[in-house]
Design a protein around this ligand. Structure first.
Ligand code: NAD
Length: 416
């Protein structure tokens, strides 16, 4: 059987399944199958050698029924309009499942940022905003960092937007540096949201996390903070972590601060004194209570799903589990906390950043943590209850919660 790998077709397929279960009327279903708006832009950038290169970019605003659209900007050589559409759809479901008053969007430029100097990157970031800035703004559409974009890029973009409008409008973009209206607590927000979901899932399953074993694939931004929280907040034993080169294992537990220092000094977690090497494939099937994919997509497949021994999979990465693996794991009773719920902590704190920008009044880190915990716990409860009520897996339950909320907003607005 040939698989359709167009990510937007896959996103539509999942929506179709949710629409059938929710018994959505045809107009509502069709409206949700497509982006409301997309802008395709051609971006000229002056290069350091004096030549001008032409780049192509997009901004897709998927659905704004619940509020202004929100979603990251990627700089990637393999960017396509269908990837951006799919990611914009998933942002719509993600903001709805955590119940923040926002819709979903995504943007990007087809480019390889590794081939650009810092000055070229700045000119490209500013040029992109000159093109798409006309459809952005705190009440329209608010970008954020994504692959290959960071707080510095957000700062250039906010500055260019301020120049276009003639006044500061920091709430037009999130993930900014603290000195320019960023929020405390954004760094570990995604992992912290995942840890809150994991705590709730363990409570449901009556698993005591204290001393329980956890393996984390990917020791990047999200995975390393998850290690910190699993060890220090949940009292778990992190027995394995990995990066793109490979993984390390210690049955007695790996200490977060030690692994982080080793990674900083050597560029990889590999060869940490006192640890044993293991492959990324071996990490996934370790005998642990909890498995956290926090690296890349499609690592849990039909080929290894039958061998996974974890009782809970907390998906911090986007799309780590294929549909075929999903079915096998559901059948085997493995509890999956699905990606757009589990990793929604980042967008939630991005929303807090917008709120703080609009008031010009900034919260303490404790306030951010407390409010994030409340949002994530409520979202987890809604999805868990949906799975029980509809007798579906947690992923479909998350779709049902999110799609029903967006459909309801479109209905009360009189769109459908
Ligand atoms: P990152 O680049 O900081 O870290 C990625 C980690 O994965 C690195 O340790 C890298 O070495 C490792 N890795 C790369 N290829 C691998 C491979 N083939 N096998 C095993 N490990 C590999 O990225 P990040 O921001 O931590 O994002 C990780 C995942 O979380 C992605 O799927 C991303 O979409 C998702 N996510 C991130 C955020 C966020 O706030 N950063 C929010 C939502 C979702």
């Amino acid at each position: 059987m040939t698989e359709d790998l167009n990510p937007f077709a896959l996103a539509q397929q999942k929506l179709d399944e949710a629409a059938a279960i929710l018994n959505l009327d045809d107009a509502t279903h069709q409206m949700l199958r497509w982006p409301q708006r997309e802008l395709h832009v051609t971006v000229p950038v002056r290069m350091d050698d004096g030549s001008t290169r032409i780049f192509h970019g997009f901004r897709v605003q998927y659905n704004d029924a619940r509020g202004p659209t929100k979603g990251g900007i990627r700089f990637h050589p393999d960017e396509t309009i269908n990837t951006v559409r799919a990611l914009a759809a998933w942002m719509t479901w993600k903001t709805a499942v955590v119940d923040v008053p926002l819709g979903g969007a995504k943007g990007g430029i087809i480019c390889n940022p590794k081939e650009l100097s810092l000055a070229e990157l700045e000119r490209m970031s500013r040029a992109y905003i000159r093109q798409v800035g006309r459809i952005l703004g705190p009440e329209q559409d608010i970008p954020a960092p994504d692959i290959n974009t960071n707080p510095q890029v957000m700062a250039w973009m906010a500055d260019e937007f301020a120049t276009m409008r003639g006044h500061n409008s920091f709430g037009m973009i999130t993930g900014k540096p603290l000195s320019m209206g960023g929020s405390l607590g954004r760094g570990d927000a995604t992992a912290r949201g995942g840890a809150a979901c994991l705590r709730e899932a363990a409570r449901e399953l009556r698993i005591d996390l204290r001393g329980a074993k956890i393996a984390i694939q990917g020791f990047g931004n999200v995975g390393s903070y998850m290690h910190m929280l699993a060890q220090h907040q949940l009292g778990m034993q992190v027995v394995a972590v990995s990066d793109d080169v490979g993984g390390i294992f210690n049955a007695a537990g790996l200490d977060y601060e030690t692994v982080r220092a080793h990674k900083q000094a050597h560029g990889s977690v590999l060869a940490l004194p006192g640890s044993q090497p293991l492959t990324n494939a071996e990490l996934l099937v370790l005998d642990v209570e909890v498995l956290v994919p926090a690296a890349i997509e499609s690592v849990i497949t039909a080929a290894n799903a039958g061998n996974i021994r974890a009782r809970i999979i907390a998906e911090l990465a986007n799309g780590p589990t294929t549909p075929a693996a999903d079915a096998i794991l559901y059948e085997r009773g493995v509890y999956i906390i699905p990606d757009f719920l589990c990793n929604a902590g980042g967008v939630t704190v991005s929303y807090f950043e917008m709120v703080q920008n609009s008031y010009g009044f900034y919260w303490t880190e404790e306030m951010v943590h407390e409010r994030l915990e409340a949002k994530m716990t409520a979202a987890f409860r809604a999805v868990h209850a949906g799975a029980q009520a509809h007798r579906v897996d947690n992923r479909m339950a998350a779709y049902l919660v999110a799609v029903a909320r967006v459909a309801e907003a479109m209905k009360v607005r009189g769109w459908v």
